[in-house]
Write a protein of this length. Structure first.
Length: 583
């Protein structure tokens, strides 16, 4: 863990409620030592038969003495593709509203599946911890009985099967969770069963006794055959010792010519490592010894083939990994991802993820550079076309990076931002005039910037442009008739100085009602007194009132746009844009 984050609390809660598609496996509370915010990470595991595409959590927060604090009624995990038994959630950092939070209670209110169906929790149903599984070594005191149990039931058995009726769950001997509707484990296929240690001790004893009896019977049968053979041999010797001697001599000559000499040659080839030649020779020789030699040759030939294939595969993967690593070291991350295409191993998958994360960081860096450079050109009174083209020159290449981003949120908003720039460029008319297409593209840019600021490190080291983005998006939202939520969010840190330029003092009560698409958006009264040339700091949560008044043409001499905004932090210090240079 980075030294930037201090761990406040970690809990392996393993929470579940009956019928839920997922298990809340664990959570951790972290403190950001730079921003002094408290971050929550949640680890979840799917137990649903269908693929999960979205999850909504309810988070209740408490301070160090258990006093309730402001939590998060609905936190959404979107754009998921989670199959059964997969774990997820830890890559999302949830910023809690109150930095004094020291404990949380987490529950899942809704789950949406990829087929469009959804599950919602019963508010009256509580989330309970799934009991810890009991290892087999805690059940069987005798290691030999444990070995017999594993030999009979499978090497993947690791724990005692458990039934949780109140949770409508059961756990198989291999540790997989199943619903009570499933008669057999969805993963290993075993049904639920109870372990009786005494039963397995008795079964092991019976098994050993059976094997001992079988071995004794085989020994007696062998001894019987041996005695019978001795009797027959003795009888034959008595009948014709001379005939036996003659026959034996003939047999030795035949065996030497037909079996022993060829078999010895085949064995010599095998010992010399010439397995193909040894196999060819042994297949032509009758008898069990030759057959065993043939089997040994075939086994060694197959071992050599598999070793060669494994070596070739390892060499190919090493070459691919070296080539991709060289691209990575040179900063050619798309080339590195392309080089890894079609290959998978732990180091290859790790390098692929590192490349995609580097592409995310590279895009955010280029976006900051492009945005600030466009800001500089605009302040230098350059044309709309020059500003947009300068930004596209930096960002256009990312339109070909589909599938190369690690974060789906960054990829979606990168595409939206670039498409917005293109729409802006297409909507610029002669004499630096613009049409509706430009406005739509501009709106898409502000929206993409807003979501990137919310879900990434964009402008994390540049508070001025972060404020500029929040207020700019709020202006755009207002122009298209949205709710006041963006102003409320922006009001946490920033104020806007407003200057009266009219040649008289305004002292009046403004009454206004603003409708958009036959829907009442804002209504109210605002009292304001201003002298000529006077500047009033308007908190962001009230800025919409003044904008409505201006929009409804109730006052004169007031004109405000994003370019007029100055930004101040909570201590009243003015924020200035960072020094910018040409891209």
């Amino acid at each position: 863990m980075s030294s930037r984050y201090n761990e406040i609390k970690k809990s392996y809660c393993n929470l579940y409620c009956a019928g839920s598609p997922l298990v809340l496996s664990a959570y951790a509370l972290l403190q950001d030592t730079e921003t002094h915010t408290v971050i929550l990470q949640v680890k979840m595991k799917s137990v649903a038969k269908k693929e999960i595409s979205a999850v909504i959590l309810e988070i209740e927060a408490r301070d160090i003495i258990g006093k309730p604090l402001k939590g998060i009624p609905e936190y959404q995990f979107l754009d998921l593709s989670v199959s059964r038994d997969a774990e997820f959630g830890t890559s999302s950092a949830i910023i809690l509203p109150d930095a004094t939070t020291r404990d949380v209670t987490i529950s899942c209110s809704s789950v949406v599946f990829s087929d469009g169906t959804a599950w919602s929790s019963d508010p009256n149903t509580s989330w309970k911890s799934i009991p810890t599984e009991k290892p087999l070594s805690d059940i069987f005191d005798d290691p030999e009985v444990l070995d017999y149990f594993i030999a009979e039931n499978g090497s993947d058995c690791c724990c005692e099967p458990a039934l949780y009726p109140d949770l409508e769950l059961w756990q198989c001997a291999a540790g997989h969770l199943n619903t009570t509707e499933e008669k057999e484990c969805h993963c290993c296929g075993r049904p639920f069963f109870h372990i009786s240690v005494s039963d397995y001790v008795q079964r092991k004893k019976e098994y050993e006794e059976k094997n001992a009896a079988k071995a004794e019977a085989e020994r007696l049968e062998t001894e019987k055959r041996t005695q019978a053979q001795k009797a027959r041999t003795k009888k034959c010797l008595r009948i014709g010792a001379l005939s036996v001697f003659t026959a034996a001599l003939i047999i030795m000559i035949v065996l030497s010519a037909v079996l022993w000499i060829p078999l010895k040659k085949a064995q010599s080839l095998y010992d010399a490592g010439e397995y193909e030649a040894a196999l060819s020779a042994a297949e032509k020789i009758p008898g069990s010894n030759a057959r065993q030699l043939s089997e040994s040759c075939s086994a060694r030939i197959e071992e050599i083939r598999l070793e060669k294939e494994a070596q070739e595969k390892a060499e190919r993967e090493t070459a691919v990994l070296d080539r991709a690593q060289a691209f990575y070291d040179e900063g050619l991350y798309p080339d590195a991802v392309e080089a890894l295409q079609g290959f998978s191993s732990q180091p290859i998958d790790q390098l692929r993820d590192d490349c995609k994360k580097a592409i995310d960081a590279q895009f955010l860096s280029d976006l900051e550079r492009a945005f600030v450079y466009r800001f500089k050109l605009a302040n230098d009174d350059r044309s709309y076309k020059e500003c947009v083209e300068a930004e596209l020159d930096i960002l256009e290449k990312y339109s070909e990076y589909s599938g190369l981003f690690y974060s789906s949120i960054i990829q979606q908003n990168a595409e939206k931002y670039i498409d917005g720039c293109r729409s802006e460029l297409a909507g610029i008319l002669p004499d630096d005039q613009t049409n509706e297409e430009y406005l739509k593209g501009n709106a898409a840019r502000w929206e993409a910037l807003y979501y990137l600021c919310e879900n990434s490190d964009l402008f994390s080291d540049n508070e001025y442009f972060r404020a500029f983005t929040l207020v700019g998006h709020a202006f755009d939202e207002f122009n298209y008739g949205s709710s006041k939520a963006r102003w409320d969010k922006a009001s946490q840190c920033y104020t806007v100085p407003y200057t009266n330029s009219t040649p008289y003092t305004i002292n009046t009560i403004l009454e206004y009602s603003v409708y958009r698409e036959n829907r009442l958006v804002f209504s109210g009264k605002t009292a304001v007194t201003m002298k000529p040339g006077e500047t009033v700091n308007i908190p962001m949560e009230h800025l919409s009132d003044y904008l409505n008044a201006r929009s409804a043409s109730i006052t004169t001499g007031w004109d405000l746009s994003i370019g007029d905004c100055q930004f101040f932090d909570s201590n009243g210090s003015r924020l200035l844009p960072n020094e910018v240079s040409e891209a």
